[in-house]
Design a protein around this ligand. Structure first.
Ligand SMILES: [Mn+2]
Length: 355
């Protein structure tokens, strides 16, 4: 694997020395954080605490929506702070993990001073203003990078952190099957004996509210198939991550090579795109279809976006959905007008309904 120039120049010891004397660190996770962001933040916090003696605050915008993500935070007792309750000026060390400045999916104020950027998404020019910039776009998870820091500095990884890292690797790479490198496989093996598997089970099999099944029902009834693309408008979302959750689920349909989900949360449209491993260009496709209408990001098989336009009605969301499907169908070269419902009422069912 080729390393980015930023990685080649990166020196952990020097980067830590450059932050000597700092007192209070604010680590931004991306908005609506997932297990990779949470574990990377927790691990970086452990490293900075150990090496610099700084106090650590983990902050994020949005909400921890997905049931597994909430279960991780609750089960491991991880303290996350909503950014509205934090003043970045009160901190003399600012870090961002699993995201980069000016990507639109984090709450670091635009143009704000930034000391540390650690990520595995494609490098962005604004990240270069962080003296400690370690972006490894070839890695499967940000947690792997932070895991390697702790190993390199000989910092102990306790049960809680090991379980967080392990859960991040499992979910981010779908048990090493999606975009995992030798670095992920190595971290995974080293973590196995350190993990609390009882806690891991509670995180992996969380209880979900009734709203989850309502969304699932709506998704299955309204999903449409265009060739090997499945697209669905979920309507109003209980939380933004629902688009990703449903997209992951629909990708298991035997004819699906790509899934697009859209939904509305607090008047904004959220999109999620998932692809099969052998068709891994989700990030590029998402940036292409969203174009200048929103902030999009992602890598090989998974991408997300939030559109800038404010939506007032369900009809506006539906026309936005139609436009995004049209662009995607165009980009993929699928014959126009080929959409059909994923679930067709069977003749038996129709007979029952008629009777
Ligand atoms: Mn990640």
């Amino acid at each position: 694997m080729s390393e980015s120039p930023q990685t080649a120049r990166f020196d952990l010891g020097q980067s830590l020395a450059g932050l000597a004397g700092r007192k209070a660190a604010l680590i931004y996770l991306h908005d609506n954080p997932d297990p990779d962001a949470v574990a990377a933040g927790l691990g970086l916090g452990r490293l900075l605490e150990h090496e610099l003696g700084v106090t650590i605050t983990l902050g994020h915008g949005g909400i921890v929506g997905r049931a597994q993500n909430r279960a991780m935070v609750d089960t491991l007792g991880i303290r996350l702070h909503p950014v509205d309750s934090l003043d970045p000026e009160a901190f003399d060390l600012i870090a961002l993990v699993d995201s980069q400045p000016e990507t639109g999916n984090n709450s670091l104020p635009l143009g704000h001073r930034i000391d540390v950027v650690i990520d595995h998404h494609p490098p962005r020019p604004a990240s270069a203003r962080a003296p400690w910039c370690d972006v490894r776009a070839n890695f499967g998870a940000t947690s792997t990078i932070v895991f390697e820091y702790l190993r390199a500095r000989g910092v102990a990884i306790d049960t809680k952190l090991a379980t967080a890292f392990f859960f991040a690797l499992r979910t981010e790479t779908r048990d090493l099957g999606r975009e995992a490198t030798a670095a992920e496989r190595n971290a995974y093996l080293e973590l196995v004996p350190l993990v609390d598997h009882g806690l891991l089970y509670r995180m992996s099999h969380p209880k979900v509210p009734r709203a989850h099944f309502a969304a699932l029902d709506r998704a299955l009834r309204s999903a449409e198939v265009f060739g090997n693309l499945v697209a669905v408008n979920l309507g109003t979302l209980g939380y933004p991550d629902l688009v990703a959750e449903i997209a992951d689920l629909l990708l298991s349909y035997e004819s699906a090579r790509m899934v697009l989900c859209i939904g509305e949360y607090q008047h904004n449209a959220y999109l999620s795109l998932r692809t099969e491993v052998d068709n891994a260009r989700a990030g590029a496709v998402m940036r292409h279809i969203v174009a200048h209408d929103g902030a999009a990001g992602g890598h090989g098989t998974m991408a997300g976006a939030r559109l800038y336009a404010t939506l007032a009605t369900a009809a506006e969301l539906e026309s936005t959905f139609r436009e995004m499907v049209r662009r995607l169908v165009d980009a993929l070269g699928i014959a126009a007008g080929s959409g059909e419902p994923l679930l067709k009422a069977s003749p038996d069912e129709e007979a029952l309904n008629d009777g």
